[in-house]
Write a protein that binds this ligand. Structure first.
Ligand code: ADP
Ligand code: MG
Length: 385
C-alpha cells in the first residue's frame, strides 16, 4: 500500500498567557512511501518523527494536510479502520498473558466481512436469492492459525506458552512485532523499536525486522534517531530537522551527497570535520592551503564552511593540507588519526586511514579526496559544491 503525505502539518498550541509558544512539530511534510518499501524516518530527538507516525496511525489529528493510503484519503479516519500495525519503543506486552494470548489479543475484537451461514454452514439467502453479508468475529480456529502463522514469521513459534518475563528483550520485541503484524496490516509503523535493547540484540533484531519486512512485503516506516540503524535497514531515508524534511534518498546517496550542513553532520561515524574556509579563484582554501579545485562550479570568491569526511584524507608527503596530529588510535583494519587545526569547528579533527600507514604525532601533510569534501554556504548552510 503506497502512503502519501501531502503538506502534513501539526502544531501543538502554546499558551499565550503563560508565554508558551506554539510548537510546529511537523511542518508541511510531503512524502510518498512506495508500496512494499521500508522507509527510515531519521532525525534528532524532538524533530517530529513520532508526531508524523502518530498522524499516519490516526492517533493524532493533523492541523492541516492530507494522508492517503493508496487511493483512499485516511486523514480523519479512526485508527482501527486504517489497517496499520504499530510498535512503540516501550512495547508493553501484557505480563500476565502467555505469548500466544498477547499475539491473539488484537484479533479478539476484529470483525471480518463474511457470508451469513445457517447452523449447517450453508449460505443464508435473501428473498431475491442473493447471499447476505455480515460482519462476524473470527472463529477460534481462524485466530489459532493466524497466531501460529505470524509467530512463525518472527520465529517465536516455540515460545507461545511462555509469559513475556520468560523471554529475552529481543524475543519480546519480536512478540510486539508479531502483535502488530497479526491483523495483516497494510502498513507497519515502528517508533524507535530497538532503543530498549542492548547493542548486540539491537543489531540482530534490526536484521530480523528487515527480514520480516521483506518476507511480508508490508509497507513500513521505521522511526529512529540512530543514523547507522536507519542507513542499514532502509530502502530510502528521510532526514528531518525541526519538523521539516531535509533530504530523502537512498541511504548511500544521502551520505555521499548531503544537501546541507545539517545532513552532512547527522550521518557518519565518526562525524564529518568542518573547517572555516574560503573560495578564491576556483579553489577551496583552508588557512591559506589549497584543498580542492572547485572551478567546475563557477563559484564566486566567498567565505564558506568546508566539510571533509574522516575517510577523505590521504597521508602524502606532497599533500597540501596540514594538521597537527596529537594521537593515533589503532582500530585493526584502519587507524584513526586525531589532530588539531586552527580552522576546525570542533576541538579535534578525525581522519580514518589505512592501518599500513605509519603516522606519528606532529605535523603531517594530507591530500583531500574531492568526492569526500563538501562546501556549504556560510549563512544558509546549503551545499554549494
Ligand atoms: P521525535 O519523535 O522526533 O523525538 P516528537 O514528534 O515527539 O519528536 O516531537 C516533536 C516536537 O513536538 C517536540 O518539540 C515536542 O516537544 C513537541 N510535542 C510532541 N508532543 C507534544 C504534545 N502533546 N504537546 C506539545 N508539544 C508536543
Ligand atoms: Mg519520538
Amino acid at each position: 500500500m503506497e502512503i502519501r503525505l501531502k503538506n502534513l502539518t501539526k502544531v501543538f498550541p502554546g499558551n499565550a498567557k503563560k508565554g508558551i509558544k506554539d510548537t510546529v512539530a511537523v511542518d508541511n511534510l510531503d512524502i510518498v512511501i512506495p508500496d512494499g518499501k521500508l522507509i527510515g524516518l531519521l532525525g534528532p530527538s524532538g524533530c517530529g518523527k513520532s508526531t508524523t507516525l502518530y498522524m499516519i496511525a490516526g492517533l493524532l489529528e493533523p492541523t492541516s494536510g492530507e494522508i492517503w493510503f493508496g487511493d483512499e484519503e485516511v486523514t480523519r479516519l479512526s485508527p482501527d479502520k486504517r489497517g496499520i500495525g504499530l510498535v512503540f519503543q516501550n512495547y508493553a506486552l501484557y505480563p500476565h498473558m502467555t505469548i500466544y494470548k498477547n499475539i491473539a489479543f488484537p484479533l479478539t475484537n476484529l470483525r471480518v466481512d463474511d457470508v451469513k451461514k445457517d447452523k449447517n454452514g450453508n449460505p443464508v439467502l435473501d428473498e431475491k436469492g442473493n447471499e447476505i453479508r455480515v460482519k462476524r468475529k473470527l472463529y477460534p480456529e481462524e485466530i489459532d492459525s493466524m497466531v501460529r502463522e505470524t509467530a512463525k514469521i518472527v520465529q517465536i513459534e516455540n515460545f507461545l506458552e511462555r509469559k513475556p518475563a520468560q523471554l529475552s528483550g529481543g524475543q519480546q520485541q519480536r512478540v510486539a512485532i508479531a502483535r502488530a503484524l497479526v491483523k495483516r496490516p497494510k502498513v507497519l509503523l515502528l517508533d524507535e523499536p530497538l532503543s530498549n535493547l542492548d547493542a548486540r540484540l539491537r543489531l540482530q533484531t534490526r536484521e530480523e525486522i528487515r527480514r520480516i519486512q521483506t518476507s511480508t512485503g508490508v509497507t513500513t516506516i521505521f522511526v529512529t534517531h540512530d543514523q547507522e540503524e536507519a542507513m542499514s535497514i532502509s530502502d530510502e531515508i528521510v532526514v528531518m530537522k525541526l519538523g521539516v524534511k531535509q533530504q530523502r534518498a537512498h541511504p548511500q546517496e544521502v551520505y555521499n551527497n548531503p544537501c546541507n550542513k545539517f545532513v552532512a553532520n547527522f550521518l557518519g561515524t565518526p562525524p564529518i570535520n568542518f573547517f572555516e574556509g574560503e573560495i578564491k579563484g576556483g579553489k577551496a582554501i583552508i588557512n591559506g592551503e589549497e584543498i580542492v579545485d572547485v572551478s567546475a562550479k563557477k563559484l564566486k570568491d566567498q567565505k564558506v564552511t568546508i566539510g571533509i569526511r574522516p575517510e577523505g584524507f590521504e597521508v602524502n608527503s606532497k599533500g597540501t593540507f596540514h594538521i597537527n596530529v596529537t594521537s593515533v588510535e589503532t582500530l585493526g583494519r584502519d587507524i584513526s588519526i586525531i589532530g588539531v587545526h586552527p580552522n576546525s569547528e570542533r576541538p579535534t579533527v578525525k581522519c580514518i586511514i589505512d592501518a599500513d600507514t605509519n603516522v606519528k604525532p606532529g605535523t603531517i601533510a594530507l591530500n583531500v579526496k574531492p568526492h569526500k569534501c563538501f562546501i556549504f554556504d556560510k549563512d544558509t548552510e546549503e551545499r554549494i559544491f
